[in-house]
Design a protein around this ligand. Structure first.
Ligand code: F6P
Length: 552
């Protein structure tokens, strides 16, 4: 069953209505004028999310190129696409990842409140809570120093070895929540098969005080297995006795058999189920590095923040549903304005890996051209996600956002309170002034008259004009706490769900990553021998043969 009630999104009645609205009104809307016409625009087009702990996050959609009618049509599009039915199936543990016959049920991992959540008629909550308990106990032992390495010393360094979803989530979250960390413990991440990655990290840690977490859902990923074997060899060079592995290696995986084959005691394995997709796995045992780094209580607050966003997403009418609105705006820009990209700019140094994390979430989920009816889609899907923290990015690629020829919808994310309110909060106020100024400048622009009035020479005037009307969504949290971060991630998860529901694609498989892996495996064998290759196309043969010469 493909959970689809339509074929092409373009066939939906509201799609044609939106096309007409775009042609007649939408493409010429000028947002700064809309603010003048409607003093209530901000109130109408912003929404506040209240987290479980009472803290709030403000989502300001009012600087987007929409009016009330277009918003109503977008909400109608979500209804026509039967997003509510798909959401019900999603939260009921149905196998909405129909190409892999799997439920998509990472929400069950953050079901801290303990609701019954079933897959195949079985409540998965007890099992989820048992793993959380194991993570809690283990992390408390390690953090307190009770867990000793092979020479009797406490653990000081955590090295997570994983890639994709088994890396990006833990890296991003440990960075984002560094302020909550145990400062006497350092955490490292090895993902790249490039030997440089692990070599540099092994230089920085001590085998006597290091705990390796081998994080892999499948435990068959080539990069992770190779890096884990390298780490094991490095460790055994010092520790000698393989019995010591038990104190220095743990596995985060669904595959007990492969874990045992690797030599990790399955007592030190933290499991999860196949209904957890890699890009949604930070909430699972894959988050163990986060628990070790920030402590179980903070991790639980992170889960609860996401659970609160799940509640908002499932219970709020579509017109007020924050992730649904985010996803609908994305469809509006992608499919009617022809936007190809989406900028995510955190005004927060701790969030510096957030854009990279979201790249996997968005692009692995919605980078698909076959719809749920097995046909080629007749419209553009998944946006290209990119981003870097501002203010740094303002001094580099923001030029193109302001004066380039492309429309680039942007999300600006910031917290009112800094984790480091140094210099009487001067830094935070400067950061905030940029956060507000950039969104305002992108919307308001600068007219020819204004540039002339500044006394600029005639031939420079066009160069200094800013067209403006470049859309942004401003997301303002009170503070980036574990709870706020959990909610923010869940916001983007449900945002991509909304996009996928409208584009009528399966957002939950990722067959597109397979072809390259298969080719790399066979080319890997060719690289092991000296002979020249001739089995590929002219370019690939020549590149391989040149590599062989220089590599030797
Ligand atoms: O190659 C893509 C992918 O399958 C991702 O979806 C996943 O997050 C990553 O590889 C790592 O997979 P694993 O956790 O099984 O090692």
């Amino acid at each position: 069953m493909s959970f689809s009630s339509f074929s092409q999104a373009t066939d939906l009645p509201s799609w044609s209505a939106l096309q007409e609205a775009y042609d007649t009104v939408g493409k010429s809307l000028v947002v700064k004028e809309l603010f003048k016409e409607d003093p209530k625009r901000f109130e109408k087009l912003s929404r506040t999310f209240t987290n479980y702990d009472g803290s709030e996050i403000l989502f300001d959609f009012s600087k987007n190129i929409i009016n009330d009618d277009i918003l109503a049509l977008l909400v109608q599009l979500a209804k026509d696409a039967k997003i509510e039915d798909l959401r019900t199936a999603f939260f009921a543990g149905e196998k909405i990842n129909f190409t892999e016959q799997r439920a998509v049920y990472h929400m069950a991992l953050r079901n801290v409140s303990g609701k019954v959540m079933e897959v195949d008629g079985k409540d998965v909550t007890p099992e989820v809570h048992a793993v959380l308990k194991h993570m809690k106990e283990f992390s408390e032992q390690v953090r307190s120093g009770e867990w000793k390495g092979y020479t009797g010393k406490a653990i000081k360094s955590i090295v997570n070895i994983g890639i994709g979803g088994s890396d990006l989530g833990p890296v991003m979250v440990t960075e984002a929540l560094k302020a909550y960390s145990k400062r006497d413990m350092d955490v490292h991440f090895v993902s790249n098969i490039d030997g440089t990655h692990i070599a540099e990290i092994l230089r920085a840690v001590d085998p006597e005080t290091t705990l390796f977490l081998v994080a892999s859902k499948t435990f068959t990923t080539a990069e992770t297995c190779t890096n884990a074997n390298t780490a094991k060899a490095w460790f055994l060079e010092a520790a000698k006795d393989p019995a010591h592995i038990a104190k220095h290696f743990a596995a985060l995986s669904t595959n007990a058999e492969e874990v045992a084959k690797f030599g990790i005691d399955t007592k030190n394995m933290f499991g999860f189920e196949s209904w957890v997709g890699g890009r949604y796995s930070v909430w699972s045992a894959i988050g163990l590095s986060v628990v070790l780094y920030i402590g179980y209580e903070n991790f639980e607050a992170f889960l609860k923040g996401a659970e609160a966003m799940d509640k908002h997403f499932t219970e709020t009418p579509l017109e007020d549903n924050i992730p649904v609105l985010g996803g609908l705006l994305s469809v509006w820009y992608n499919n009617f304005f022809g936007a190809q990209t989406h900028l995510i700019a955190p005004f927060d140094q701790y969030l510096h890996r957030f854009p990279a994390y979201l790249q996997q979430l968005f692009m692995e989920s919605n980078g698909k051209y076959i719809n749920r009816g097995n046909e080629v889609v007749k419209y553009s899907t998944g946006a290209i996600i990119f981003g870097e923290p501002a203010t740094n990015s303002q001094h580099s690629f923001f030029q193109l956002i302001h004066q380039g020829t492309k429309l680039i919808p942007a999300d600006f994310i910031m917290a009112a309170q800094s984790q480091n309110p140094i210099e009487g909060n001067l830094h935070q106020r400067m950061l905030a002034s940029n956060y507000f100024a950039q969104a305002e400048a992108l919307m308001v622009g600068k007219t020819e008259e204004q540039v002339k009035a500044e006394g600029n020479p005639e031939d420079l005037v066009p160069h200094k004009v800013f067209q403006g009307n470049r859309p942004t969504t401003s997301i303002l949290a009170q503070k980036i706490t574990p709870a706020a971060l959990g909610a923010l991630i869940a916001y983007y998860e449900h945002f991509t769900f909304t996009e996928g529901a409208i584009w009528n694609i399966n957002s939950f498989d990722q067959f597109g990553v397979e072809l390259g892996k298969v080719l790399a495996k066979s080319i890997g064998k060719e690289l092991d021998v000296a002979d020249a290759v001739s089995s590929h196309d002219g370019s690939t043969n020549s590149l391989i043969n040149q590599f062989k010469q220089w590599h030797a």
